[in-house]
Design a protein around this ligand. Structure first.
Ligand code: ZN
Length: 241
């Protein structure tokens, strides 16, 4: 099956694709992805390239949670990384860093103090506090996430969105909760644009393979297609000769 061109210019669109230069021996997934983007300023970086560059150089293990690390490069490190949502020339799972410039405001995001975070973790019994209709997630640090894959890492989440309460107190444990990576992404699905609207693409990205397949089948059915032997066919029951 033809894949995205990995480099040079695709004839049809004039889009310029980057290259996985490497070797990317940086210690974390996030810094390996950062190095890949810095090697390809102004060029398109695809999902495949990100997975290749962020694969652990020692164990050869592919990271399942690269979406989260990519999102941290935007929110924590302050890079501008465009996706199809920002630039109509980009397809889904294509990304572009227009310059190496970082937004200064990014690092100023409020975080709980270490002492406060420790209290939050103790109160949470070191488990994710995401509440789904009264059912707590309960994933513990270093557990294997059965849905998203990878090891669970708990990070602080401010309970009320910053748009509602910008004066979050870094030393008040009651204002914070512990969330696993998957639920940090899940929360963004609701609060990213402060409209309360669902971020459908984000939800699908965070979904498991099984859930993605179910969504694909639902959409194919909705738009009148069927999957036959791995190929998408137009289903026209009424027009068949
Ligand atoms: Zn969770």
């Amino acid at each position: 099956m033809p894949r995205n061109p990995k480099q040079s210019t695709s004839k049809a669109s004039g889009k310029i694709y980057g290259k996985v230069k490497g070797p990317y021996n940086q210690k974390s997934v996030r810094t390996r992805i950062e190095a890949l983007f810095l090697d390809n300023i102004g060029k398109i970086v695809t999902r495949e390239m990100i997975i290749k560059a962020s694969t652990d150089p020692v164990t050869g293990r592919q990271p399942e949670n690269w979406h989260q690390r990519l999102s941290e490069l935007r929110t924590d490190t302050g890079y501008t990384i465009l996706s199809w949502r920002d630039d109509p020339n980009l397809a889904v799972e294509e990304y572009l860093m227009p310059s190496a410039e970082k937004r200064l405001s990014a690092g100023k995001r409020v975080k709980p103090t270490p002492a406060c975070w420790e209290k939050v973790l103790v109160n949470a019994k070191h488990a994710c506090e995401w509440d789904e209709d009264g059912q707590l997630c309960g994933m513990k640090e270093d557990d294997i996430d059965p849905v998203g894959g990878g090891r669970v890492r708990l990070t602080p989440d401010h309970k009320s969105p910053h748009s509602v309460n910008p004066n979050s107190d870094p030393s008040d444990p009651n204002q914070w909760r512990a969330l696993c990576g998957r639920h940090q992404v899940m929360k963004k699905n609701y609060w990213d644009n402060s409209t309360g609207k669902l971020n459908i693409a984000g939800i699908l990205q965070a979904a498991s393979e099984k859930e993605k397949r179910a969504a694909l089948n639902l959409l194919l059915k909705y738009f009148g297609y069927t999957l036959e032997g791995g190929k998408v066919q137009v289903s026209k029951p009424s027009e068949k000769p």
